[in-house]
Design a protein around this ligand. Structure first.
Ligand code: AKB
Length: 319
């Protein structure tokens, strides 16, 4: 049995990835860790290890004892919170990655997954269909940490043969877990308000297009990348990963097709400047070529799934 550890299992992606691994590979195939206990009973069926991933000693002990085949390191501070706590964001995002790369260099882990982000791009990057090798020009501490992390991953792969794999996620949208501290979080919150028939006040401009992805695609892509033969992977920094691109006004329209009464207004905050520095769409042809990546869910299908799932969840809570 392939043994997996998800670090950051209480986060938005962590919860979804663990649920998917549990149903695909079995509960015993995945251990979970975080600095806080995941607020999800199903996720907690896996063995939970309390861990601050910046604590090198604690992390080494868990990895040396566990001898995992795969570690998914998802713990990070995202773009918006990172701008409020720049040094803490750098410390968490970089130190935890370096701890894991060192453990992998020691041979305690066979394969590592570490997420990068569209936040590595910036004003010098083309706005549309950003190519794989576009200039990285991050304007946030989160983006700077992802840029540096990408090159650390490539360094450990080239120097020490560490098998570390990565994708640049766009904004991720799912209904099983809440996002926190990101600039793209509006695209999850908006559905929450829509199912409760409440007015949503968006913190980004109506026409601010950003690259986005439905969570099931993101999880599937992550697992596909981890299964891909090593000799096919030509990108050892991080793969561009694309799915769709939409604006707040377009997601509002998509919701209105099913909930015509849904109302959306705008009150911009500091996250607008972050969004403006990012591209609108991504060219993911390298991921398609090397490991067969293909997004499946686009905006209106996603809206259907999100509204149905969140309505059911609300009804269950109320009954
Ligand atoms: C954020 O908004 O900070 C994240 C990201 C795009 O990496 N969702």
């Amino acid at each position: 049995m392939v043994r997996r550890l998800v670090i950051g299992a209480a986060g938005q992606l962590g919860i979804e990835l663990v649920l998917s691994m549990q149903s695909e590979f079995g509960v015993a195939s995945v251990d979970i860790s975080d600095i806080r206990v995941p607020d999800n009973e199903e996720v907690m069926r896996s063995k939970f290890l309390h861990l601050d991933a910046t604590d090198e000693g604690a992390l080494s002990t868990i990895l040396e004892d566990g001898q995992y085949d795969e570690v998914y390191h998802l713990a990070a501070m995202l773009s918006a919170t990172g701008e409020k706590k720049p040094l803490a964001a750098w410390d968490l995002n970089m130190q935890s990655l370096l701890n894991i790369l060192e453990a992998a260099k020691e041979g305690w882990v066979k394969r590592v997954f570490w997420p990068s982000s569209i936040a590595v791009f910036g004003p010098l990057t083309p706005k549309y269909n950003v190519p794989q090798d576009a200039p990285l020009d991050p304007t946030t501490v989160y983006g700077i940490s992802k840029q540096a992390g990408e090159f650390w991953c490539r360094y450990y792969q080239e120097k020490y043969g560490v098998d570390v794999r990565s994708v640049r996620y766009p904004g991720l949208i799912g209904h099983r877990s809440a996002p926190g501290g990101g600039t793209t979080d509006y695209a999850v919150e908006i559905y929450d308000y829509a199912v409760q028939d409440q007015l949503y006040t968006c913190f980004l401009k109506a026409d601010q297009a950003l690259p986005m992805m439905f969570m099931d695609d993101a999880v599937r892509g992550t697992l596909e990348l981890m299964r891909a033969p090593q000799d096919k992977l030509q990108v050892r920094t991080s793969y561009n990963l694309g799915a769709m691109s939409f604006t707040p006004s377009e997601i509002g329209e998509s919701i209105r097709q099913q909930k015509p009464q849904f109302q959306l207004e705008y009150a911009l905050d500091q996250r607008q400047a972050i969004a403006e520095s990012w591209p609108c769409s991504i060219d993911d042809s390298a991921a398609r070529r090397d490991w067969g990546w293909q997004a499946r869910i686009m905006l209106d299908d996603m809206t259907n799934i999100m509204l149905k799932a969140m309505t059911t969840a609300n009804e269950t809570l109320e009954s």
